[in-house]
Design a protein. Structure first.
Length: 608
């Protein structure tokens, strides 16, 4: 986790050193590898349509189309795979047991009933569903309708309500920004909404940051923030509750408009945006003082002898690695049944959530606590650009989602797979004879296979990577780029960030990225050992009167389920998973061949 106030790219790495030591290969499964992975495959367009058709025909659900109509309706919001439970999945994967029942997870907004709520259903069996059951939450509590994610319909209604409410402020906005809301076809204003939408249960009140609609509008706040209550299912009852303009609060639109009319309002006049080379655009501009060429192609990835990985459905194989993957609509990229040299090392490694907490002087900034899965990180994976987002040599894969839509939607080139030279040897050694020659040199070229997707959640672009290394190491990375979540600059805001442009504050914030990590090292009966690094001060056993200060390890063991408590804050212990029934010794025999230099005869030293 890190705190950011600038718009620079940052990196969070979550490496799992799964270096495997001379383990005995498990018995071969009774099913084909590509068939094994299919139990974790995302729903096909045909399956998505079948689930929707089945649910729409159930009279007791009373579902209406997503697009159009009122908010107070019953609608199908999301359909995605409901992964099988682990035990039946392992029986199928390891022991030739029956294939787990394939089911879908469906989220329904029940807005047209006495107690509106959000309900999750398990629908199956696929590909021809015939039944459903309710998926309950702990405590049996229903999820209130007010806690639902935003839909395109509600965003349209929210924008219309905002335009109508801002009509008395049109003179102020035109004078201060040169842009407006009313009868607008160009030089328009827009907004970014923040979350959470309220301060307590049952509320649905959203602060909206008003912005000029230009390229990179996230960096063009107009100085106005509006709190709108849209909790009532009838948009005609929505109302503006508070406003904040240039550091001051107002209780109504009329109060702010009258302050402007009286001439008592300090206006925040924004400069006219240039026609070209706007600071927030992605248009290349400027030159480096060094004079080195920047307008020619840089280094590229190539495959001189073709691809060294294999894709079979959602099963990916590379070197000793094999795994199944999916792009979950709500959360993002997920791996299952991860094996090295035929032996499972992880049952699941999956993205679950990305959270960002902000601080600021404006109400929108101090209220912002984003949980990005609420914006469907998997279904925010848009098309990847060949040669930029992924190398030209990459394999690109489409994704299909049914989210806030009346049918499956294709997301072309949403994932990519490619092999990447790391630029650092996997291992190397120059064995000097300390007389100007050497005994030998050996090294292994560093390479990794990358499985990548992105999530564009409003302003942020998360780049999600899983990297597979030939020595049994798997690494998960997320890069964040795009635009910062910024607010209007006021002198009071300096406590909460950095002034990144004339009217722009880059707010301090903290990112938390959550992965689910279910390691199965040589089986599911793992225990753990933690290693606390401490220093000891002891008498020197070979020199009387002297002392030695040196690091030492202090460990504790326990069942795998206690691992989160054992390594949680404030401890900084290093965890290791153990398989008591298996013994390991020696280096892995599955490393690629090394490049070697012959032994060189000793040479006389030369003086420059």
């Amino acid at each position: 986790m890190g705190q950011q106030s600038q718009g620079r790219m940052w990196l969070l790495g979550l490496p799992w050193a799964l270096a495997l030591l001379a383990t005995v290969a498990s018995s071969s499964p009774s099913t084909d590898p590509s068939d094994r992975g299919s139990i974790f495959a995302d729903l096909s367009p045909e399956e998505l349509r079948a689930v929707r058709t089945f649910l729409m025909k159930r009279p007791e659900l009373g579902l209406s189309p997503n697009q159009g109509g009122p908010l107070a309706k019953n609608s199908l919001f999301l359909v995605e795979l409901l992964p099988p439970k682990k035990r039946p999945a392992l029986r199928f994967l390891e022991h030739g047991g029956p294939r787990p029942r394939r089911e879908a997870r469906a989220i329904i907004f029940f807005g047209a009933q006495a107690e509106p709520n959000i309900t999750e259903l398990a629908v199956g069996p696929l590909p021809r569903p015939s039944s459903y059951r309710v998926l309950g939450f702990k405590g049996g509590r229903a999820v209130p309708f007010s806690a639902r994610p935003m839909t395109r319909l509600e965003y349209e209604l929210l924008y219309n309500a905002l335009v109508a409410a801002m009509a008395p402020l049109e003179p102020l906005l035109r004078e201060a920004t040169g842009f407006g809301f009313q009868n607008c076809s160009e030089r328009c204003l827009t907004f970014s909404d923040i979350a959470p939408r309220g301060l307590g249960p049952g509320e649905r009140r959203t602060w909206m940051v008003i912005q000029r609609f230009v390229e990179g509008f996230f960096l063009h706040p107009a100085g106005l923030e509006v709190l709108l209550d849209h909790g009532d299912p009838d948009p005609r009852r929505w109302a503006v509750e508070r406003l904040w303009y240039n550091g001051r609060y107002f209780s109504s639109v009329r109060e702010l408009a009258e302050s402007h009319e009286r001439g008592t309002l300090p206006l925040a006049r924004l400069p006219e945006p240039p026609a070209r080379q706007l600071f927030s655009s992605y248009e290349p501009r400027g030159r480096f003082a060094s004079g080195t060429p920047t307008e020619v192609h840089g280094a590229k990835v190539c495959e001189p002898q073709g691809r060294r990985y294999r894709l079979r459905g959602n099963r990916l194989e590379y070197g000793g690695w094999s795994l199944a993957f999916r792009l979950r609509s709500s959360a993002g990229l997920q791996l299952f049944d991860v094996r090295f040299d035929g032996e499972r090392v992880a049952y699941e490694l999956s993205v679950q959530e990305a959270i960002a907490f902000y601080g600021g002087h404006s109400p929108a900034a101090m209220q912002t606590k984003y949980m990005d899965a609420g914006w469907a990180m998997g279904a925010s994976s848009f098309e990847l650009a060949r040669g930029v987002d992924c190398p030209e040599t990459a394999t690109f894969l489409d994704a299909f989602h049914l989210l806030d839509a009346d049918g499956p939607v294709r997301f072309p080139n949403a994932l990519c797979v490619f092999e990447l030279p790391t630029g650092v040897p996997l291992r190397r050694h120059f064995d000097s004879d300390f007389q100007g020659g050497f005994h030998f040199y050996a090294g292994l070229e560093g390479r990794a296979l990358v499985l990548r997707t992105t999530s564009t959640v409003y302003n942020y672009d998360y780049i999600w990577d899983f990297l597979l290394y030939p020595n049994g190491v798997l690494e998960a990375k997320v890069h964040a780029t795009g635009y910062i979540h910024a607010t209007f600059y006021t002198p009071e805001g300096r406590r909460y960030g950095s002034r990144v442009h004339s009217h722009l504050l880059g707010n301090i914030h903290t990112h938390l990225v959550h992965y689910k990590v279910d390691l199965d090292v040589a089986g599911s009966g793992n225990s753990f050992e933690t290693m606390d690094i401490r220093f000891e001060n002891i008498s020197n056993p070979w020199s009387a009167g002297a002392r030695v200060v040196q690091p030492c390890c202090h460990g504790s063991r326990g069942p795998e389920r206690d691992l989160p408590r054992a390594v949680g804050p404030p401890r900084a212990a290093v965890p290791a998973l153990l398989q008591p029934a298996r013994a390991t010794a020696g280096p892995s025999p599955h490393l690629p061949p090394a490049a070697q230099l012959p032994r060189r005869a000793r040479a006389a030293p030369r003086v420059a």
